[in-house]
Design a binder for this molecule. Sequence first.
Ligand code: HAM
Length: 421
Amino acid sequence: MLTKRPRGTNDFLPEDTCKWQYVENLLREICHEFGYEEIRTPIFEETELFLRGVGDTTDIVQKEMYTFEDAGGRSVTLRPENTASAVRAYVENKMAYRSQPTKLFYIGPMFRYERPQAGRFRQFHQFGVECFGAASPAADAEIITLAWEFYHRLGLQNLELNLNSVGCPECRPAYRKALQDFLRPNLDKLCDSCRERFDKNPLRILDCKNPECQQYLVGAPTTLDALCDDCREHFNAVNKYLDAVGIPYKINERLVRGLDYYTNTAFEILLSDIGAQSAVCGGGRYNRLVEEIGGKSTPGVGFALGMERVFNALASQGIELPAGRKVDVFVAALDAEAGEESFRLTTELRRQGLAAAQDVMGRSLKAQFKYADKFAAAYTLIVGGDELARGAVQLRDMAAGEQQEVAIADVVSLICAKFHK
Ligand code: HAM
């Protein structure tokens, strides 16, 4: 029996990967414009990193991690997200001693043992950015602008930026208590997971999707009401920067993120077109995380966006991406004797930087032409027969439908000239 791919994972075939490359190139281009440089961290880390980084009361740590013991008896985990790893790499590689801020981006697979559904996978891909060392609200606004710019350049419409502040260790304890006091009279009516969160992480109750729980949240105190002066000033400044560049946002006082490390700004970009898993991007500030992971106290802010959800969104809005790169020349061998010369010419064209295709299946000339159709090459080179004996080949311009005899000695430079190579 055929072994199938694991549930919640995908195979991306060539017709998909050319789209992924287009989107990844766009992201790299935008990162360059915004001064973000790429970091690549291991796919697995010591489990301890995520317990400390993501937080042990989160769904990710409690239910969703791919954790196993390696042959050396160490507990390791496939990364469920990349912020904790980026922080570890920042601390371990002493990046704080470089000129600050440190602005990093990453693209790669993440792993969460979730219930697979449209837009939710067990292996999925994130693009994300992390900015270390900048406490200013301009850094928050800059990463939001970067995300917005990306969706805008892809031509996506109907995006909704939701913004909130979850406060800081100064103002959050009082808010937490106010929220618990508000909810306590109805505690026994809340769903199981909300009751569980009540002591450990009551803020998460705010984004419970259960309509029953929602009903008991009406009139609940908001994080914004409870912000200390510094947090309020920071939040207002982020809003002003976004206003200055014309990025619309909705203040959503119920927005709390599913990871424990956030302080101050929390944001998500939503797109209702793609169904229930509408969050295409999420992030915020995490001023305590670097210290938590063993570094000096350092502010940080970042986001990650789900790549699969970008492709869902493009499909649902009917946006086509440019097709993959074309083949420049197809080289056909008229007969078996021409094989070596056509192989040599194909290689020579490739050495000059052209995309050249040839048959490697021993096909007849007729079958080679049929095969060549799939490449839609601009030129076809026909090698063999009397021409070959004369030291020449036939060169066919496919668009013009014209064919000419060219000396083998000249043909590569002639084709290169047509492609300005
Ligand atoms: P997150 O909200 O858990 O944040 O994930 C960010 C994005 O990844 C989501 O908005 C969604 O688009 C995508 N995503 C998450 N889980 C899945 C899944 N199972 N299948 C498909 N897509 C998914 C983080 O991961 C934080 N590290 C973001 C961050 C960076 N905060 C600060 N810096």
